[in-house]
Write a protein that binds this ligand. Structure first.
Ligand SMILES: C[S@@+](CC[C@H](N)C(=O)[O-])C[C@H]1O[C@@H](n2cnc3c(N)ncnc32)[C@H](O)[C@@H]1O
Length: 260
């Protein structure tokens, strides 16, 4: 009997990352990584020089960290994006370990002083327990005293700016039509992106788990991070009504026991 095939999860679709690459990672966003990493370093305030860039994508932050003398592991599950990262690192003449893995599986006990999860790379799993597994993996992978900085869209911010649909013309002349729905009592946002490029229409559906500041902080505390500090942007402003992003910095205590 044929084995039933499990439906692919949205983030496993390489076409999604290939088709969205031109507007998800324009040159300005790649160039801004240097400034972002500088800010991440001042918020995380770590002593050591070993870093994990979790869900590194095309390696923007990995390369910026490496340029600052960090020894970096860039982890991502998308081959297309890791190939981009490798090519960029070659041009930048930096040496980085690129590792293809799912964030639910990647653990390297006590190997890093700093871990980053940037640009909404968290909240991808239908089962929230898997988000918790990611936090626990990062906690285990940090050295005592190390820090995890996570930067994403927060639920409070989305509630403030939410629009059910929008359309924009992209720099390459293609068109992006977004439709969003808040589902499961504000637990998730369901997105439908339609890209019209040279007369060809591609549609992608994906869901993201939503976390309020408090919810994220509690999840990080449950994973063992102590303390956890929230910010409303990478400048370290308060996570309040004017927040633009949800930024959480969790520290692994100098002496700690993993709780999960
Ligand atoms: C929005 S991009 C952010 C990329 C990068 N952090 C940045 O700041 O440019 C999200 C990244 O998560 C990766 N990703 C998605 N699901 C993943 C999973 N389950 N395990 C590991 N990486 C995953 C994607 O391939 C993509 O590179």
């Amino acid at each position: 009997m044929k084995k039933p095939t499990k439906n692919k999860e949205w983030f496993e679709n390489e076409d999604f990352w290939r088709e969205t690459y031109p507007f998800m990672f324009p040159e300005e966003r790649i160039a801004s990584a240097d400034d972002t990493v500088q800010k991440a370093l001042s918020l995380a305030n770590v002593k050591g020089k070993s870093a994990l860039d979790l869900c590194c994508g095309p390696g923007r932050c990995s390369i910026a960290l490496s340029r600052r003398g960090f020894s970096v592991t860039g982890v991502d599950r998308t081959k297309f994006l890791l190939d981009k990262a490798r090519a960029r690192a070659r041009v930048a003449k930096v040496s980085i370990e690129w590792f293809r893995a799912d964030m639910r599986d990647f653990v390297r006990p006590e190997s890093y002083d700093l871990a980053l999860s940037m640009f909404t790379s968290f909240g991808y799993f239908e089962n929230r327990g898997e988000d918790e597994k990611v936090l626990s993996n990062v906690f285990q992978s940090l050295r005592p005293g190390g820090a995890f900085l996570l930067e994403m869209m927060g639920k409070e911010i989305l509630a403030k700016i939410f629009q059910p649909s929008s359309a924009e013309t992209l720099p390459d002349g293609s068109m992006l039509v977004d439709r969003h729905q808040i589902i499961d009592d504000w637990s998730r946002v369901q997105n439908e992106w339609t890209i019209i490029r040279m007369g060809k229409v591609r549609k992608f559906n994906f869901k993201l788990n939503l976390y309020s500041g408090r919810e994220l902080l509690e999840k990080m505390e449950q994973a063992g991070f102590d303390p956890v500090q929230l910010y409303g942007n990478m400048n370290g402003d308060v996570y309040g009504p004017n927040a633009k992003r949800l930024v959480a910095v969790g520290r692994k205590p100098k002496r700690s026991v993993s709780r999960t």
